[in-house]
Design a protein around this ligand. Sequence first.
Ligand SMILES: [Zn+2]
Ligand SMILES: [Zn+2]
Length: 138
Amino acid sequence: MKKTGGCLCGSVRFEVEGEPVSQFLCHCDDCKRQTGSPFSVCVCYKSQKFYLIKDDHLVGHDMVGDSGNSLCRKFCSKCGAPIFTIADMAPDSTFIKMGAFDDPSWIKPTLELYTKDRVPCGVTGFEMDSHEAMPPEF
Ligand SMILES: [Zn+2]
Ligand SMILES: [Zn+2]
């Protein structure tokens, strides 16, 4: 079954096929800044199951994470909506922002990362496997 999503203005549209590999919250300071929220919620798919249908105005911001690996945060340059991230440390994976899905109601994160950077309003009340930073097996 395919799921669809995109940015606020409709310049970027994507589809994913099948089930995600993982779903997690990230409390790191970079995610706060990029999303404007206490944490970001990411849904990870194998990149071959992720299809960009429309990528007008899709741009990327390259950064180096605190693990020393580089990553690229993709967003729409017209409306500013964050869409997905690709990371050198997981070259086969695409990390899609929960809010980019047309229907995010099915999304249920099971893991939270970088709880060392969690802010008081970033507490969810959900039972999750918590990690202070990046889990070693990630
Ligand atoms: Zn847009
Ligand atoms: Zn993060």
